[in-house]
Ligand binder design. Sequence first.
Ligand code: ATP
Length: 303
Amino acid sequence: MAPILEVRNLVKKYGDIVAVDGISFQIPRGVCFGLLGPNGAGKTTTVEIIEGVLAPTSGGIYYKGEKKTGRFKQEVGIQFQSTALFHLLSVGETLETFRNLYKDPPPIRKVISTCRIEDILERRNDKISGGQRQRLLLAIALVNDPDLVFLDEPTTGLDPQARRHLWAIVEDIRSQGKTVVLTTHYMEEAQKLCDEIVIMDEGKILLNGAPQALLREHCSGVAATLPKDGGWERIKRVMDENPALFERGNTFENHNSVEFHTRNVNGCMRALLDAGADLSGIALRSRNLEDLFLEKTGHRLRN
Ligand code: ATP
């Protein structure tokens, strides 16, 4: 079966600026697909070309194996980063207004329960919280029961609880068989929700694949943080004398701790203990997508 979406050799230039530089990728049906990258990487430009908001300089977008037609607009849902809502309308009236833009829209009950907005239907748009607003925008993106849903940074600015609430809704949407295309700056979010990701920088694709497979291939091992009062001189000596134990370019020092990365955690710990370092304050974690991105590009995704 053809992928739900295919991007072929996409280029977008603004004068001398090459915002998207000849990228190609496919999105299989029914997955949550993440488009990641730092500010200015070309994510929004790519998504807006796919959505039909922007025209490409060259390259093509194929939906279900064919060039996009009018059917595309009827079958996709888009949650933009910011959408102006009428303050004086209620949440329920707003949903009805957007629903009426479609031919034969399905009943609205399912969207209301998927997006957990039953309790705020009577509430005016200017009287809802940031998390409730994001859930309403998600509901708007779903009113036509789309096969493919675009979510542009849906959790930016939300508190941790509202973010988790939205993650649960995104998982529900995916479990209904819909394909979700998510742009985000939050690596934890991408790792939790996405089956596949593309990491972009400077208009090009750096990596494409399943997060866990990419991590296994390019960024296995752990990141360790040690307080400097565990014997900083000793820790430094071990690092200088055993460079093979530590991942080059992945040591980050600040005034009271040092973070280092290693694929040989046992060897590392042994060397540090043998040198008399105190490891009682150590914190260990698996290396993650943010580490991978930093390693590949030299800058953090959330800069
Ligand atoms: P962010 O995470 O900040 O939203 P992004 O990855 O979505 O960034 P884009 O907004 O796609 O990045 O921008 C890619 C590049 O194209 C940037 O260098 C940006 O300055 C440039 N760009 C985007 N829109 C225009 C425009 N209308 N005119 C000129 N340059 C533009």
